[in-house]
Design a protein around this ligand. Structure first.
Ligand code: MCA
Ligand code: AMP
Length: 507
């Protein structure tokens, strides 16, 4: 079913013969990028990668602003048989250093403003080909591309070969590289295109970042695979999204997008002719779903996925989109709810760990066979760490997480990573990092710190001390000092008690 180079062909098939048609309309400014130009440039980048010595399976890492060239680089990697490895632009040099050392890419593409600080880091990871890409679409990557001819013939890749590695944080504080095969990406995006009825007539508002699954594999792949077009926004701006709606058909966003859009004036009128609003990456409050429906008449379609699995479930296109649920397993995806201790499947309605299996599931964690074996069963089921139940009508409800994870504005933050940094600071005895409800971000990161008995600590100084090592979105929005942390009889910190105690910090 997945022939050689299936992904490369699937990304191109819908736009064959439509080279003059628009793939992207850049906001602001309205510059149009045609399908023909986009693919010609992706082919040139593939040729440049090969000329630089990139072999099939080599990693190509990029930390750069959201640009058309970055999408060309992604497709160029697919054509050249390279493994695309995008990094969040918010990551600090210290975070990037870990990813490069772990993934040892052959090529690293960086923002020119960060070139001086990141070059030694890349070199010490063994990466000597470093190109630049700026927000204005200039840089040595563009120069390399423009020297090459178009017409690159895709390097042979089979379904199991890797197309991308996306890093996802871990409960131990060490990030893990999720290895995504050509099959996983192609199968999931094709399924979503059909399930959500995307066609060449669609115009997607693309405001998500393109270094994560949501903006890259869901939004971009679907647009390409449908031969549709997208209004391509470099960053989120609620007013710009509302203004784009009359000329668009669909929007994909994290719940914070919908919360913020509800505060814009004239939303109901702007949204009138839209076809589809999709939400994911974090739980959408039933209240947001209801307010959106009341104001615009549209039921937001909530779906559920993970970096490791792409998308697993979706509310239906036709039929009831039930608030507070993530819908049904997508075609080709199996889900079950299991007992965390025995691993046995639980009866309908019982809460347990959600496990998923299908072509969409990743191939394991990069160079972490033990971690892979802990989470990916030999029978192919992936243990998501999400607590769920499946109701009598078959709707899946995500009711919590067994993993210690905070999701803030759609970004994942693993408390351990921040606790390790806080615990290392002078005057800190121990710490616990939790997520508490936040009206805009869903959850906000909060640190609870126990000072050593002698110490007098200033929360602002502590945040400033960890800031150089942590992306802004991971930094605690508030630090609270306590004389001790609540513990159970086994000595384990009871984060649930802290979460309850500080639940109203932002609401
Ligand atoms: C920005 N800040 C944040 C966040 N974003 N703090 C916590 N959590 C965040 N998510 C910081 C900024 O650095 C700034 O700090 C302050 O908060 C206010 O910034 P603001 O201008 O309001 O933020 P923004 O630039 O408008 O960004 C908010 C955002 C953005 C648009 C919601 O976070 C975003 O694009 N989120 C989408 C993430 C995403 O694509 N997730 C998909 C992952 P200061 O003022 O102190 O400097 S893929 C995934 O999860 C799976 C697979 C799935 O199912 O999709
Ligand atoms: P990531 O590691 O960024 O891929 O985040 C995946 C996690 O986001 C999942 O394991 C869930 O905990 C959460 N998630 C994604 N979509 C939803 C949703 N619609 N509802 C609840 N949680 C979600």
């Amino acid at each position: 079913m997945y022939d050689q180079n299936h992904l490369a062909r699937s990304l191109r098939r819908a736009s064959i013969g439509k080279d003059q048609e628009t793939f992207l309309r850049i906001h602001p400014g309205g510059r149009l990028i045609s399908y023909g130009d986009f693919f010609a440039n992706a082919e040139k980048i593939a040729a440049a990668l090969v000329a630089a010595g990139v072999k099939p399976g080599d990693r190509v890492a990029v930390q750069a602003a959201k640009t058309v060239t970055m999408l060309e680089l992604y497709v160029g990697c697919v054509l050249a048989g390279a493994v695309f490895l995008p990094l969040n632009t918010a990551y600090t040099a210290s975070e990037v250093s870990y990813f490069l050392a772990d993934a040892t890419p052959s090529v690293f593409v960086a923002d020119p403003a960060k070139l001086d600080s990141l070059t030694p880091i890349a070199n010490s990871a063994g990466t000597n080909t470093i190109w630049t890409l700026a927000a204005d679409e200039t840089g040595s990557l563009v120069d390399q591309r423009d020297r090459m001819p178009a017409g690159f013939r895709a390097i042979a890749r089979i379904a199991e070969d890797l197309a991308a590695i996306l890093y996802t944080s871990g409960t131990t504080g060490r990030s893990k590289g999720a290895m995504l095969s050509h099959r996983a990406l192609a199968s999931n995006s094709e399924t979503l295109r059909d399930y959500w009825r995307f066609t060449g007539d669609d115009v997607l508002i693309h405001a998500l970042p393109i270094f994560h699954t949501h903006g890259l594999f869901v939004a971009t792949n679907i647009t390409l695979m449908a031969g549709a077009s997208a209004i391509f926004m470099a960053s989120f701006d609620a007013g710009a999204i509302r203004d784009a709606m009359p000329g668009a058909t669909a929007l994909m966003g994290v719940p914070t997008y919908y919360v913020r859009l509800l505060d814009t004036e004239g939303l109901a009128k702007a949204a009138r002719n839209m076809r589809l609003f999709v939400s994911g990456s974090a739980p959408l409050l039933a209240e947001t779903h209801a307010n959106w429906r009341q104001l615009t008449g549209h039921a937001i379609l909530e779906r559920y996925g993970m970096t490791e699995t792409n998308m697993n479930t979706s509310n239906p296109y036709d039929g009831e989109r039930r608030a507070g649920t993530v819908g049904f397993p997508l075609p080709g995806v199996e889900v079950k709810v299991t007992d965390p201790d025995s691993g046995k499947t639980l009866p309908t309605g019982d809460i347990g760990i959600l496990e998923v299996r299908g072509d969409n599931v990743f191939s394991g964690y990069w160079q972490m066979p033990e971690k892979t074996a802990e989470e990916l069963r030999a029978n192919g089921f992936f243990i998501t760490g999400d607590l769920a139940k499946i109701d009598a009508d078959g709707y899946v409800h995500i009711v919590g997480r067994s993993k210690d994870l905070v999701i803030t504005g759609g970004y994942n933050v693993y408390p351990k990573e921040i606790e390790l940094l806080l615990d290392d600071l002078p005057g800190v005895s121990e710490s616990a990092v939790i997520g508490v409800p936040h009206p805009d971000l869903g959850e906000a990161v909060v640190g609870v710190v126990v000072p050593t008995t002698t110490g007098e600590l200033d929360p602002e100084c502590l945040i400033a001390a960890v800031a150089p090592k942590l992306a802004r979105f991971k930094q605690p929005k508030r630090l609270i000092m306590l004389t001790e942390l609540p513990r159970n009889t086994m000595g384990k910190v009871q984060k649930n008690i802290l979460r309850e105690r500080f639940a109203n910090l932002f609401t």
